[in-house]
Design a protein. Structure first.
Lengths: 153, 714
């Protein structure tokens, strides 16, 4: 085990990790629990965080290569308008996938000038939700995309 | 996208659990940390059927950081699990009866160390021939001392009658996993009086407690359960998985012990939806009037009972759908095999039966050259009819012709080739579009809410008013389905001036029953309403806290007549209609479910957003079951127990959905509530299968439909 120094949501942290410890496990073992693990093989997106500005499934990223990286979770990324839209559109039931969806959605909203029904689905296709049937999530992200661009939904 | 017509009658507002879930601050059971806690891991049988010869834990115990290994020797003989039938050992004692059955539980300083120690536990097995088919199970020695059958049920109603036309169908369904997203995780810690407390994620606190008291030989005062955040359930958290292992370890070691399952073992650890093997014979007159139905249903229960008994009851009582049929005979068996244990999943037997009857109805429509929707319209139950299986009176229910008409009146998108995502096979498609065939399918679904079959049913709630805050105590499990949001609105409706907050559900509260069978809004909603009405009559002196409790008792039901299975089996029913449009690539056998239209009978809307969420979520699971989801177990051994190989629908697979919510309050409870959780999963699969059958011209005798079922000759 060695100590990996990085910044997590803007704060310097030290994570204990062996060479094959994932970033997800290293964060969770240190008590940082905003990323969840449902499959730990990169299929479900519930562990999604931003590593140096790129959305990643943290279960597939070795903690060891994140030395000096900036890791950002839902805690930093979530904007009040997206939180409000998720709540109003029924985008959340059990909520286990939600922090990962928020990361994927905020990354898509930041990258894409204008999200459409089709592009939202492309950008969120790496995240699994078992409860909601996705429509509430799509509607929430589309609404925020339109509002942030100053057009009415 | 989706549209819903709503009525505004209840207090509004966001579900209380949702904001912390969005921010990531909500605490699930796997987030719980207790200082000084140890970690456990479960050694499991690699065989579907094998005699246990020896367990050698010497090497494991010699590893640094390993504290103890627990096996069947740590359990009193004869103390077994099972919430209806006690038949499941905590650890394999003599014979392992399914792959993944727990044989030992190792406790170490870290989760990684515990997993490493699993490799050092040496178990010697004598493999036995696994019993993996219904026929083998009935022909061979029983795989369990309690016999080959978990339950057999015969329902017989009416006198044999002559039909002008008879159709027969043989139908089969797959083994679906609930795939709740949060894998099983819990912490147990010892308490001062020799008892133990668990922080866990369960659908039914008190039933878990009863089973733990039995295997630990402790009274309920010494076994406490607290529900943490539950990351989905869908029936998959009704049975004991890790609870007993953790409690035994915490009591023996005097320290907190936690474990979290990996996805691969989660698949093997909790019961799944039963594979069903069904034979249908349906007779009608030339004008389409149904005359007689003969059905046999065999469910593969795996080796232990779990909820196979009531699941079989549900499959049999809904085998004839919501149709008027004067003569019905159903023969059902739940059979023990060495396949994975099967139990509860959303729809609970009614899903399989719906695929059987709705597929057979389509065969009859084709034979009679009657439109399949019209055939159903002519035969649905109307006020005063007898339910086709139980003979129970159909009264004060939704108008089923209206339900069908409202579903058929919804707009539905019949083509979608706008982007690669929306073609069969997604971005990997190889067709140019011209070859794709499209068709629509229809299915009607019915299921009971509440337990039925004579099981007494109550729910308790307590409300405490302190100033302008109401504290709700209910042991109902919030699995994500939104029961706390429902209770929140019911209380705020009675006390609009108050804030509402919830005490953490635990076994220190009285029984509210399981979050299953689409029952909690009806049961705990009625309990909370009763407590609220009592509380309103109470005066507070000087602002001191006042409390009111209420135990709601559901209308009684009865077990079926021992000779013919008939009787007043259920309190009431839920109905739903689904129309599915599919696009099929006939050469590669790929399917895209393009759109669904649904009309669902929900009693009374309390929260329209959440009703819609239940409808959409159930449809997503129905889409998965129709075209993908099956845990494959050749020779009893799972081959796709990972999220890489077991495919659940993503946002790209989800069809457009049009929804019409039918509100007719149920007079059997004070709020007019009906369950909403299960119907969306009951007939969505059957509607999709009917559409694929029409599009492909193949028999589509099984769900999930495989590419070979479409692309290769029958």
């Amino acid at each position: 085990m060695s100590a990996i120094r990085l910044t997590l949501d803007g704060k310097p942290v030290e994570l204990e990790a062996s060479p094959n410890t994932s970033l997800l496990r290293a964060m969770r073992d240190a008590g940082h629990t905003r990323a969840q693990g449902a499959c730990e093989q990169g299929e479900c997106g519930s562990c999604m965080v931003m590593v140096d500005g790129v959305p990643q499934n943290s279960c597939l990223v070795p903690a060891a290569i994140c030395a000096n990286a900036s890791v950002v979770t839902v805690a930093t990324l979530l904007q009040p308008d997206l939180a409000d839209a998720f709540a109003r559109h029924g985008a959340v039931q059990c909520g286990f996938c939600t922090p990962g969806f928020v990361v994927a959605a905020e990354a898509a909203l930041a990258d894409e000038g204008h999200l459409t029904y089709d592009t939202v689905r492309e950008r969120l296709a790496g995240n699994i939700c078992r409860c909601t049937g996705y429509h509430g999530i799509i509607e929430a992200v589309l609404e925020v995309s339109q509002r942030r661009r100053g057009t009415s939904p | 996208m989706t549209t819903v017509a709503t009525t505004r009658s209840f207090a509004q507002g966001i579900r209380p659990d949702v904001p912390p879930k969005i921010s990531g601050e909500f605490e699930y059971s796997n987030d719980v940390r207790i200082p000084g806690m140890l970690f456990g891991a479960t050694k499991r049988s690699p065989h579907a059927h094998a005699r246990l010869l020896s367990i050698d834990v010497t090497r494991a115990l010699a590893m640094s950081g390993v504290h103890r290994v627990f096996t069947h020797e740590d359990i009193q003989r004869g103390r077994v699990l099972g919430h209806i039938i006690h038949d499941q050992p905590v650890f394999v004692q003599d014979v392992a009866r399914h792959e993944g059955e727990p044989v030992a539980f190792v406790v170490a300083d870290s989760q990684e160390r515990a997993w490493e120690a699993l490799e050092a536990i040496e178990v010697t097995w004598q493999p036995l021939t696994p019993v993996t088919t219904i026929d083998d199970a009935l022909a061979n020695e029983p795989v369990h001392p309690q016999g080959r059958l978990i339950r057999e049920l015969v329902i017989e109603r009416g006198k044999p009658a002559e039909a002008d036309v008879v159709v027969t169908g043989t139908w089969e369904t797959g083994r679906q996993d609930q795939l709740f997203l949060a894998p099983e995780s819990a912490v147990a810690y010892p308490i001062a009086d020799g008892g133990v407390t668990l922080i866990l994620a369960t659908q039914d606190l008190h039933t878990d407690q009863g089973q733990l008291c039995n295997v630990l030989d402790l009274p309920p005062e010494k076994v406490h359960l607290i529900n943490s955040g539950i990351g989905g359930a869908f029936g998959g958290r009704e049975d004991i998985t890790l609870q007993a292992h953790l409690a035994i370890a915490a009591l023996a070691l005097g320290r907190p012990v936690k474990t979290t399952y990996r996805r691969s073992e989660s698949f093997l650890a909790h019961p799944k939806r039963h594979p069903a093997f069904m034979r249908y014979r349906l007779g009608a007159k030339h004008d389409g009037t149904l005359v007689s139905l003969d059905v046999s249903i065999d469910l593969d229960g795996g080796p232990y009972a779990s909820t196979s008994g009531p699941v079989l009851g549900s499959a049999c009582y809904f085998a004839a759908g919501p149709y008027r049929i004067p003569r019905v005979r159903v023969h059902g068996r739940a059979v023990r095999t060495n396949n994975p244990v099967c139990g509860a999943m959303r729809g609970f037997g009614a899903v399989q039966a719906c695929f059987g009857i709705e597929s057979t109805m389509d065969l009859l429509a084709e034979k009679l050259a009657i439109d399949p929707v019209e055939l159903r319209r002519r035969n649905v139950l109307v006020e005063g009819d007898e339910f086709p299986t139980s003979g129970q009176r159909f009264t004060d229910q939704t108008d089923l012709r209206d339900l069908i008409d409202r579903c058929m009146a919804l707009p539905i998108k019949s083509t979608s080739t706008a982007i690669d995502l929306d073609t069969p096979g997604g971005t990997g498609h190889t067709l140019m579009g011209a070859e794709i065939v499209r068709a629509e399918g229809f299915a009607l679904g019915v299921k009971n809410h509440l337990y039925g079959e004579g099981v007494p049913e109550t729910s308790w709630a307590k409300l405490t008013r302190e100033g302008d805050t109401i504290i709700v105590e209910s042991s109902a499990s919030e699995c994500g389905q939104g029961i706390q949001g429902v209770l929140d609105r019911i209380v705020r409706n009675e006390f609009p001036e108050c804030d509402v907050c919830f005490a953490v559900p635990s076994t220190w509260m009285q029984y509210s029953g399981s979050s299953s069978a689409s029952r909690q809004s009806w049961m705990s909603g009625s309990a909370v309403l009763g407590a609220a009405q009592r509380l309103k009559t109470m005066k507070s002196d000087d602002g001191a806290a006042v409390s009111a409790e209420f135990e709601y008792r559901a209308p009684a039901t009865h077990r079926g007549d021992p000779t013919n299975g008939t009787g007043d089996i259920h309190v009431s029913w839920m109905f739903v209609a689904h129309r599915a449009n599919v696009e099929v690539d006939p050469q590669l056998g790929l399917v895209r479910v393009a759109s669904i239209a649904t009309a669902q009978d929900v009693g009374r809307i309390i929260n329209a957003t959440e009703v819609r969420g239940q409808i959409l979520g159930g449809i997503a699971q129905g889409v998965g079951f129709a075209i993908n989801e099956h845990l494959d177990t050749p020779d009893g051994l799972a081959t796709n127990n990972s999220l890489t190989d077991y495919l659940v629908p993503t946002v790209a697979d989800m069809p457009t959905v049009e929804i019409d919510i039918v509100e007719q309050p149920d007079p059997r409870n004070p709020l007019g509530i009906k369950g909403v959780g299960e119907p969306s999963a009951v007939s969505s699969t059957a509607a999709i299968a009917n559409a694929i059958r029409r599009a492909s011209g193949r028999s589509i005798a099984r769900v999930p439909v495989r590419p070979s079922d479409i692309a290769l000759d029958d």
